[in-house]
Ligand binder design. Structure first.
Ligand code: SF4
Length: 377
């Protein structure tokens, strides 16, 4: 059914101005009690389960949890499902919430991969984004993580920031390369409705880079990072050989995972797959646990057509793309018979490329990936 766990921690020191994730400033004791709720959910949601292959603490700001809370959580998971000996256990870290001591304690607690939300090294941009940390704090957090023994560190960067030039983006990338992380995730800023950013930068705002500049930024990242030995293994992700995110890769491979916590999403490999999420507020989540009746919000049992469609747009995100034999093995019908005319068209448009039996996105296809994926819906 699942062999991975995602744990959502919906608390942040303050809300960043562009943020659409489910997170709030924790009220009294909320942070303290939260791990108890997570373990209760795990016990209620699962009976017999096999040891998990990866655990991902995401948020929100999971580095607001105290290291002993992580220890207790991992002990609870070990007791209930077990954790494979070589499991990847990632903690998303906001650089403004850690120091050398806490990072060492997180490592001792069992975290073996850190994902640092740096976003930018430039203090002016960090202020525009409403981040709580400086570029100096990000560098320090990275150095501290290395010094205490983390040998698998990912960093996140955002481009297409208000007023950002291509040269400023180049400087960000060079700083990132200089730190020498094992993994880099690159996102283009999107201004989402309902955020303070949407009011400050309404549609058509001249301060936001246009599509051409954003595309140049994407291509510059691709050139500089692959030129520095990183493998561009997924549209937004680069890794040193052997350091792909195992947990996130499993999403694109449609492995089953159980999401624990407020607003966490789950995908179980029952039939063609079932997806659901948890309540997106703490009160409702806690009430469900207290009553012993866990609701499944937006539960959706996938049909064969849904599953084939997901398979295409998730696997195409990866550099390996979609193999025609693997597709046939999974669904008992040929890719040609289901999507033949669509893939022929996308190849003709220069968005997909066919290499033997593998179909992959071209660089232009990556830039226009939403348009490509919509063709498989
Ligand atoms: S730290 Fe992340 S989750 Fe928290 S408010 Fe900022 S962007 Fe949102």
């Amino acid at each position: 059914m699942f062999n991975r766990l995602y744990i959502h921690v919906p608390f942040c020191v303050q809300k960043c101005l562009y943020c659409v994730f489910i997170s709030n400033t924790p009220q009294k004791n909320e942070l303290l009690d939260y791990p108890v709720l997570l373990i209760r959910e795990l016990q209620l949601r699962t009976s017999a389960a096999s040891p998990v292959a990866s655990i991902y603490f995401g948020g929100g700001t999971p580095s607001l949890l105290q290291p002993p809370q992580i220890t207790r959580l991992l002990e609870g998971i070990t007791d209930h499902t077990g954790i494979q000996a070589d499991a990847e256990i990632t903690l998303e870290v906001n650089p403004g919430t850690v120091d050398g001591i806490s990072l060492k304690q997180f490592r001792n607690a069992g975290i073996n991969r850190i994902s640092l939300g740096i976003q930018s090294f430039d203090d002016c941009f960090l202020k525009v984004l409403g981040r709580i940390h400086s570029g100096y704090q990000s560098r320090q957090a990275f150095k501290n993580a290395r010094e205490v023994g983390f040998n698998n560190i990912s960093i996140d960067l955002i481009h297409s920031l208000p007023g950002q030039s291509l040269e400023q983006w180049r400087t960000e990338l060079l700083h990132a390369i200089e730190l020498d992380p094992e993994h880099i995730s690159i996102y283009g800023l999107t201004v989402e409705e309902g955020t303070p950013f949407a009011r400050i930068y309404p549609a058509g705002s001249h301060e936001l880079p246009d599509e051409d500049l954003s595309a140049d930024m994407f291509e510059l990242a691709d050139d500089l990072l692959t030129g520095s030995g990183f493998e561009h293994y997924e549209i937004a992700n680069y890794a040193r050989p052997g350091y792909r995110s195992q947990h996130n890769s499993s999403y694109w491979m449609r492995d089953g995972y159980l999401g624990l916590g407020v607003a966490a999403h789950t995908f179980l490999r029952d039939g063609y797959g079932v997806r659901f999420s948890n309540p997106d507020n703490l009160k409702e989540y806690r009430q469900g646990l207290d009553s012993g009746k866990l609701v499944r919000i937006d539960e959706h049992q996938l049909t064969l057509n849904n599953a084939m469609s997901e398979y295409m747009f998730l696997r195409l995100r990866l550099s390996e793309g979609v193999g025609t034999q693997a597709f046939e093995y999974e669904f008992g019908r040929s890719l040609e018979s289901v999507y033949g005319s669509t893939t022929t068209d996308l190849v003709r448009l220069g968005l997909l490329i066919q290499n033997g039996s593998q179909l992959t996105l071209t660089r232009r296809g990556m830039l226009l990936s939403n348009q490509v994926f919509s063709r498989f819906l």
